[in-house]
Design a protein around this ligand. Sequence first.
Ligand code: CA
Length: 227
Amino acid sequence: MRLLLIEDEKRMAQALCEILRLEKYEVDYCADGLQGLAAMESLIYDLIILDVMLPGMNGFEIAKRARKEGIHTPILMLTAKAELEDKVTGLDSGADDYLTKPFMTKELLARLRALSRRSVNSPDGTLAYGDIVLDTDTLTLSCTTTDQSVRLSEKEYRILEYLIVNQGRILTREQFAVKIWGFENEAEYNKVEVYMSFTRKKLSFVEAKTEIKAIRGIGYELRYGDV
Ligand code: CA
């Protein structure tokens, strides 16, 4: 689970990073709102913790912009103010949950677990695109027109999940590498191609018309029909 923390209070951020890493989250940290938004746009995160009062751009605005750009990563918003008004603004802006400072570590971790369960699903709660459906419990890929299905390996599943959640976007090899394998070592990028071809074989096995299109020099995109 890769998590982005956008928080400008240094001590708070350090403490959170420590706690989250102990809980086995891979944590990246930004202290500035604009940098935070840019990091979100990399689409490699499973969860975002977003502070409200930030230099550069405030948390409400960041959440709003991200949603407008079609970034569906779950956001837990942190704020120092307890007013109900803030909560409403936070949720309206596109945050999925909201936590008031100061909070208990246990509470934060429980909220993150709840959000991470949500993060594997697309906004409407299903993982489907074109003529394919993914079963998140059994890691099964099915084709709705041929009624064929096949078990996926964990990596194949995560590749399709990542493509479906970000449908309509071209995702780069680097994004897949970081998101699915967690590495940023260029020498290992060919792993992405290998697994991409495994995943394509599964798509043809169920005779799906949905395909993973390679966009030369850029990355991959999910396509169905002429869309
Ligand atoms: Ca702050």
